[in-house]
Design a protein around this ligand. Structure first.
Ligand SMILES: [Zn+2]
Length: 192
């Protein structure tokens, strides 16, 4: 089968409603800045196995950087054609890996990726905004233990791959039953 990447507007709407802007139980105020973000969501069937573990998802800050001039312009054209404009973040999910995941596991994966989609902090540690537009300045947040405590709190330590975080893990997770077998391409650690 050919390797394909397909934009997933339905999944984007579901993610926004479920975790960011809706009023359901999974809405997480730590993602509030993403209400102003354009999220470009892709499904892919392209296998991405690293260190014998399957990459399940990956979050990238847009527009793409660190390429040759033509490579970058070509990538920008492709992404703008997919999403109508350049998104703030591009989040890619492995369709074969997500197919058959239980709901809690898929939610844990989505939130793991959303936690990467952060707002930049200024020199005082406060959320940074563009001076002209007032829009949040976005950044990729790494997968360090403190910043991912939220995922542990919501899904438990097994889903987080950070069993040492016993304090957070001792609290009953908001959503039970998540257990991911794979890694995230952004941090290359156990997803969620
Ligand atoms: Zn990650």
């Amino acid at each position: 089968m050919l390797d394909r990447f397909e934009p997933a507007p339905d999944l984007r709407d579901w993610i926004a409603e479920t975790f960011i802007t809706g009023d359901g139980p999974l809405v997480n105020e730590e993602h509030a800045h993403l209400a102003e973000a354009h999220l470009g969501i892709l499904w892919t069937n392209c296998d991405n196995t690293r260190n014998m573990r399957q990459v399940l998802g990956q979050t990238e800050l847009m527009p793409p950087m660190a390429m040759g001039k033509w490579q970058r312009a070509r990538a920008i054209q492709q992404i703008e054609e997919w999403f109508g404009a350049m998104p703030d973040f591009l989040i890619t999910f492995s369709a074969p890996a997500c197919d058959g995941m239980n709901d809690a596991t898929f939610c844990a994966l989505v939130e793991h990726e959303l936690y990467h989609a952060a707002q930049k902090l200024d020199q005082y540690g406060m959320p940074a905004f563009h001076r002209e537009t007032g829009k949040p300045i976005f950044a990729i947040r790494g997968h360090d233990v403190e910043e991912f405590t939220g995922v542990v709190r919501r899904y438990g330590a097994d889903a987080a791959g950070v069993r040492t975080l016993v304090d957070a893990a001792n609290a009953k997770p908001l959503i039970d039953g998540a257990d991911l077998d794979g890694v995230c391409g952004t941090c290359l650690r156990a997803a969620a």
